[in-house]
Write a protein that binds this ligand. Structure first.
Ligand code: OGA
Ligand code: NI
Length: 204
């Protein structure tokens, strides 16, 4: 699949179901480089326990959310991170040209779920006033097996019935969904689970 075909299949999923999954969005080599960077950043002690709630009233609540995160700061990024931002921006540009989503900014963080951690059912828009249109998650877990748990579960409505979509956090996979519309959760991880999560925003 060309990059354009990947964008098209993602858009088709978002328009028809509110979410989409694209495998091999990142190449094994890109994943490898991002994992090296991830480890460097983590070892530098830069990650923080993620919080819940809007900025002003944010607090840590490990019974709801147990990941550790590091926001990407565009003024100090390396080649691997630049590659990811460029790929993400290419997707944003395609979305804006084809779907007129008016995405003007992004926010992106690394996320690490240690063994035993999870993120209970939530919606991504409760955390921020910024206009989150789409959530994008790039997974970095090579050799991931079902016994590791750590699935993303997206809840959708079909003919009035709730349906849960289970998505494993496989290396190279990109998941994208409408931030305001879909509840989702991360089930308990039984192995370390690494990802890069972003939001595409329609406000600066
Ligand atoms: C989040 C989130 C899902 C995942 O960070 O808000 O829901 O699969 N992440 O990591
Ligand atoms: Ni979320």
């Amino acid at each position: 699949m060309t990059q354009e075909q990947k964008f098209e299949s993602l858009i088709e999923g978002i328009v028809s179901k509110g979410y989409a999954v694209c495998d091999n969005f990142l190449t094994p080599n890109e994943v490898e480089n991002l994992l090296v960077t991830f480890a460097q950043r983590y070892d530098a002690g830069k990650f923080k326990e993620a919080s819940i709630g809007k900025k002003s009233e944010a607090h840590q609540e490990s019974s709801i959310r147990g990941d550790e995160i590091l926001w990407l700061e565009t003024d100090s990024i390396n080649d691997a991170e630049r590659m990811l931002l460029d790929k993400n921006q290419a997707f944003v540009n395609y979305l804006n040209q084809t779907c007129y989503l008016g995405i003007v900014d992004t926010e992106i963080h690394f996320a690490k779920y240690a063994i035993g951690k999870f993120y209970r059912r939530h919606r991504d828009t409760f955390q921020t006033q910024r206009g989150r249109v789409l959530s994008v998650i790039y997974y970095l877990n090579t050799h991931w097996v079902a016994e590791n748990g750590g699935n993303l579960v997206i809840y959708t409505q079909e003919e009035g019935l709730e349906k849960s979509i289970i998505i494993a956090p496989l290396a190279g996979r990109l998941v994208c969904f409408e931030s305001e519309k879909l509840d989702h959760e991360v089930t308990e991880a039984f192995a370390e689970r690494l990802s890069i999560t972003g939001w595409l925003l329609n406000r600066k």
